[in-house]
Design a protein around this ligand. Sequence first.
Ligand SMILES: Nc1ncnc2c1ncn2[C@@H]1O[C@H](COP(=O)(O)OP(=O)(O)OP(=O)(O)O)[C@@H](O)[C@H]1O
Ligand SMILES: [Mg+2]
Length: 316
Amino acid sequence: MTHPPPAAPPQASRAARENESRASGTQENSTPLAQESSSRLVQESSLQLVQESSPQLVQGKTDPLGAEHARLGDAPLRDAPLIKVEGLRKSYRTARGELTLFENLDLEVAAGEMVAIVGQSGTGKSTLLHILGALDAPTAGTVYFASIDAAPVKVASLSPREAAAFRNREIGYVWQFHYLLPEFTAEENVAMPLMARGMRQSEAREIASNWLREVDLEDRGAHRPGELSGGEQQRVALARALVCSPRLLLADEPTGDLDGTTAGRVFELIERLHASHGLTSILVTHNMELAERCTRILRLAGGRLTALTDAAQPAT
Ligand SMILES: Nc1ncnc2c1ncn2[C@@H]1O[C@H](COP(=O)(O)OP(=O)(O)OP(=O)(O)O)[C@@H](O)[C@H]1O
Ligand SMILES: [Mg+2]
């Protein structure tokens, strides 16, 4: 398997900023939470992000993930915790009173795990994913993310700029809808997060092209999203999610919009990339057949996360 070259250090150039700002301005205006989040991602790629890097991100003097979370270089220490969630609560004030999705929620995900989260519609799966990925803030509780060489990052304590840099560096997101920018080619869409870091366009395109090869779309780089099938669009979205070499992949119903066969192929690709890039992955899905291929299944119901030992239970 060909691995793309490592991303260049973040040095946002003015030209890249302007390019990216233009790009983010083309994001479709559409639906609720997921769209808002994805739109935010594209916009933030608009680049203020990057230069503020690790020192400010590292917060907290204790090490709740334990000493073994530390890693050498880029080699992930399998089975050491990457994420630890303590006492998480999320509630909304609504016209009809307070709506609490979950409280006292704890979760630990080890590096290298591929965890499926299932549960009925409206239980808060997407909200939980957004909190883990620094796209939304919890009402209370803490999310720790293991740092490579320092104390864990307290995700919810990051400033908006720090959170943007954290997301660009550590997290790859995939949603049910691909959210590719329609005016740009597949290769340009994949290159965008790198340009958001300030990488030169030529270099970013070369890495993007390598990634398109990884998702078996090397011959579709010049296609715009509208010229790709649903499965191909989602594979491009996967390449874009992973182009910055994140440690964590968060996928919210990544195959929910695809027919059974295509869904299976995209899921296989996720499994392959998860293994070959040493990722930790958390996937929300309504498809129990796919969930059962993960290393662990958690069900979110009634504000609690429960391990599904009997995988034969339906997801909803
Ligand atoms: N900003 C908000 N204000 C009030 N309620 C909200 C807000 N955002 C989400 N909710 C509510 O929180 C609940 C959980 O939403 P979420 O999108 O996380 O559910 P989900 O489990 O992902 O559902 P689905 O399987 O349908 O995607 C929903 O009932 C939703 O209406
Ligand atoms: Mg959802």
